[in-house]
Design a binder for this molecule. Structure first.
Ligand SMILES: NC(=O)c1ccc[n+]([C@@H]2O[C@H](COP(=O)([O-])OP(=O)(O)OC[C@H]3O[C@@H](n4cnc5c(N)ncnc54)[C@H](O)[C@@H]3O)[C@@H](O)[C@H]2O)c1
Length: 253
């Protein structure tokens, strides 16, 4: 059943983003599925439609505020409603310590993982303020809470996401807006699949990644999507400015 509300999901073309598009559509949101990979965004929309939900795709690089704004405008024209929910899921990583990280890689990771969120949140907040309600869920990572080996730019970007999210919560709570970060541990998405495939010993790398979680397995994109759907919903109306950890206990030790 449609809620009549629009959810904007970035990174919807794969992994956690695609699972989130499906979970939010199942909750009755009309989903604007944004991804730089247009085939991935189309695939997410197909999956939502197959399940009886409503969605539209937008091929858009989240680093481009004009393209993001145009996608929002299209969705608003299509569904006659401003975004009620923004889930910033798109992200990239570079495997390198600080001295191994090139300035270009640093800029690229910070641009996609952090600066893009500045722009997307900046685009949705005015209509949310006007509506007197809205929810933002930013996908950070446990890497924003603890140091992870060879992930200098990634850790910095995700710590920045948590800080940005808290500042939004503090500044906009009185206007009816909630903003939370979600911090997944290792999740078996296409991204991790590529890391495993590219590693010299995929079985050993997988075993190492699985062992980081207390129950000895990776999370699934659907599990993180259920966390995003929870933070989006009324059941989480007392959750604001949090760094919501979903990591199978990875950071409990
Ligand atoms: N998989 C994990 O273990 C894990 C753990 C913690 C946090 N995360 C975070 O979860 C999010 C999703 O990761 P995933 O594992 O599903 O990865 P994924 O690679 O499967 O999906 C990421 C999606 O983001 C899109 N994307 C990348 N750059 C973009 C850009 N500039 N503009 C628009 N879209 C872009 C990609 O095309 C892809 O569809 C990321 O922010 C990641 O940092 C993942």
């Amino acid at each position: 059943m449609s809620t009549g509300k629009t959810a904007v999901v970035t990174g919807a073309g794969s992994g956690i983003g695609r699972a989130s598009a499906k979970a939010l559509a199942a909750q009755g949101y009309r989903v604007l599925a944004i991804d730089v990979d247009s085939a991935g965004a189309d695939e997410a929309v197909r999956a939502v439609h197959e399940a009886g939900g409503q969605a539209a795709a937008a091929a858009c690089d989240v680093r481009d505020p004009e393209a993001f704004g145009a996608a929002l405008d299209d969705a608003r024209r299509r569904w006659s409603a401003p975004p009620a929910l923004l889930a910033n899921v798109a992200g990239i990583g570079v495997a390198a310590s600080l001295t191994e990280t090139s300035p270009d890689d640093w800029d690229r990771v910070l641009a996609v993982n952090l600066t893009a969120l500045f722009h997307t949140c900046r685009a949705v907040l005015p209509p949310m303020v006007e509506a007197g309600s809205g929810v933002i869920v930013n996908v950070a990572s446990v890497s924003g809470l603890v140091g992870v080996r060879d992930r200098a730019a990634y850790c910095a970007s995700k710590a920045g996401v948590i800080g940005l999210t808290r500042s939004i919560a503090v500044d906009y709570a009185h206007l009816g807006i909630r903003a939370n970060a979600i911090c997944p541990g290792t999740v078996a998405s296409e991204w991790i699949g590529k890391i495993l495939a590219d590693s010299p010993d995929p079985a050993a790398t997988r075993a190492r990644m699985e062992a980081r979680q207390l129950d000895g397995r990776m999370g699934t994109p659907e599990e993180v999507a259920s966390g995003i759907a929870f933070l989006a919903g009324d059941g989480a109306r007392f959750v604001n400015g949090s760094a919501f950890v979903m990591d199978g206990g990875m950071t409990a030790i």
